[in-house]
Write a protein that binds this ligand. Structure first.
Ligand code: SAM
Length: 389
């Protein structure tokens, strides 16, 4: 997300004033290629359909659920699972650069106070539409901005319908003329999200840092907790699960497992003593977690059989050479299988599909399925599920 603090660039959209009717006299901020249609003009055909897409002033807000890129489908499943939305609800899925976005009408939202572990943010958008921000919408936005005590603007724009350098200065000017001023702090921003010609102004209702028991791993390269949560959710952990993360790093995945499967017995291992120290600190409140320092290709877990292996496998850049991944993956999986219960599965994330496929093939008797194609801090990766075939 780009924090917008009043720096503007080149102008592309146009702010237009028109004719004589009250509608026509008012200002609208338009995306390029938009047309103003005066009240007297009664369009037919495609033009009528275009008009009907604009939001009536009385419309109920939309709910926007943001997540990490690639996790929209899993988030939708989680929202239904935690009874936050109607089971049959359909969401529009949109893609921003750093987020996937689920858009849902308020009528399907069953619980307003929810903390989905797979969401990065929840916003309520009372003002939304297509192509143009009308004068009535600017009035509503100004009212909501004051009501919500907003102090800044956060923007994420995909596509070229809304130009940062043009649209945003005009928006600030229009809001300024409605007595809305933003400070530099941005502690309570209004979000402007635009995907192609669709736009939403959203007010924050949830931030992923506020999820219960969420750990803030203080280790470079640790997995974003929302992705760790998605891996745990995809594994559908049951009661009495025995979970192993053989490359636990700061313990992010085990931390999410502790929240989503509180009855599970957790085991973690890492070859890096500094990682183990951090994991012990971050998982200090998790009862019964067994965290080892050692090499997972040789470790002896010496406890109950593992029913679920969860791992963010090292994939080269930070921890190992890519050429070593295939052998490492094979050795880690073989070791997991030696300690595995008869019913066992794994959920793994890596960007090195070739090494994983090759390791799985060499071991044999396993089937690999794609759960989600994601991005981890901008790098493409995939969440995989693995089970005995
Ligand atoms: C991609 S990181 C995992 C990050 C972790 N999920 C987190 O959120 O912090 C991979 C980890 O694998 C560990 N590792 C690499 N080879 C290992 C091995 N043979 N045995 C155990 N840990 C290993 C590294 O020390 C590193 O912490």
């Amino acid at each position: 997300m780009n924090q917008m603090a009043g720096k503007m660039g080149r102008t592309r959209a146009t702010l237009q004033e028109k004719g004589t009717s009250s509608e026509a006299r008012s200002c609208r901020i338009l995306a390029p290629r938009s047309r103003i249609v005066s009240m007297a003009f009664r369009p037919r055909g495609p033009a009528a359909r275009k008009l009907s897409r604009t939001q009536p002033a009385s419309a109920r807000p939309l709910w926007l659920f943001l997540t990490e890129p690639g996790l929209a489908a899993l988030l939708l499943r989680e929202l239904k699972f935690i009874n936050a939305i109607e089971r049959k609800a359909q969401a529009a899925r949109l893609h921003l650069r750093n987020h996937d976005l689920l858009v849902l009408p308020e009528v399907v939202v069953k619980r307003r106070e929810v903390a989905p572990r797979l969401a990065t943010n929840i916003l309520v958008a009372p003002v939304f539409g297509r192509e143009e921000v009308g004068a009535r919408q600017l009035d509503l936005l100004a009212q909501a901005t004051r009501r919500e005590r907003v102090d800044g603007l956060v923007t994420s724009i995909a596509g070229d319908s809304f130009s940062r350098g043009d649209f945003l200065p005009r928006l600030l000017r229009e809001l300024g003329s409605r007595r809305v001023r933003f400070s530099e702090s941005h502690r309570r921003p209004v979000w402007f999200l635009a995907v192609d010609d669709k736009f939403y102004f959203g007010f924050a209702r949830f931030n992923h840092h506020d999820a219960p028991g969420r750990l803030r791993a203080d280790r470079e390269g640790s997995l974003p907790a929302v992705i760790a949560a998605a891996m745990v959710f995809a594994a559908k952990p049951g009661s009495n699960e025995v979970i192993l993360d053989p490359v636990m790093g700061a313990g992010t995945i085990l931390g999410e497992a502790a929240q989503m499967a509180p009855d599970a017995r957790l085991n973690g291992c890492d070859i890096d003593p500094a990682a183990v120290t951090i994991a012990r600190r971050t998982l200090a409140d998790v009862r019964g977690a067994r965290l080892f320092h050692g090499d997972s290709t040789r470790a002896d877990y010496n406890g109950p059989q593992i029913s679920l292996t969860l791992a963010n496998l090292p994939f080269g850049k930070q921890h190992r050479s890519v050429s070593g991944n295939r052998a490492l993956y094979e050795a880690i999986l073989r070791r997991s299988l030696e300690h595995a219960a008869p019913i066992w599965r794994a959920v793994l994330v890596t960007s090195d599909e070739e090494s994983l496929r090759s390791a799985v093939q060499t071991i044999g008797g396993l089937s690999l399925a794609n759960v989600a194609d994601i991005r981890i801090r901008g790098q493409a990766a995939t969440i995989w599920s693995l089970r005995r075939s």
